[in-house]
Write a new protein. Structure first.
Length: 135
């Protein structure tokens, strides 16, 4: 049902869809979510970056990794206010990843995921430093 609304370019519609996917989305919604992030304008940028972080927390490590890269790119080209929200969202995403890492623990079936998530947290740490120092 929601797929038909994904083509709507109205910022309010896109922000509403990102909110829904932030609570019940999955990896299949990535293309829409990243497009919404890249195309958001005005106040929608602020909302969409928040929703994007919550959405990524629901996804597999591969999607979290490429999504964090999209968030960093978004933050680098955003206004100071939206950049600050991007920094906050990346910080929350890192906490979400650390929670997943604790859940995975030393279970052998999660070794590949743990490796990807650790690389993503390293990338986020480096990117947070760059975003905070680039005004």
């Amino acid at each position: 049902i929601l797929k038909k609304y994904e083509q709507d370019k109205n910022g309010d519609v896109q922000a509403a869809l990102t909110d829904i996917y932030a609570h019940s989305g999955n990896d299949d919604n990535y293309d829409f979510m990243v497009t919404a992030l890249q195309e958001a304008t005005g106040y929608s940028k602020y909302l969409v970056v928040q929703n994007f972080q919550s959405y990524l927390a629901l996804c597999k490590p591969e999607t979290i990794q490429k999504g964090s890269e999209a968030m960093v790119a978004f933050g680098k080209t955003s206004s100071k206010l939206v950049k600050t929200q991007t920094v906050n969202s990346l910080t929350l995403l890192k906490k979400d990843i650390n929670t997943k890492l604790k859940e995975y623990g030393d279970k052998a079936e999660y070794f590949a995921d743990v490796s990807k998530l650790r690389k993503t947290t390293e990338y986020i740490d480096q990117s947070l430093s760059e975003l905070k120092n680039k005004n």
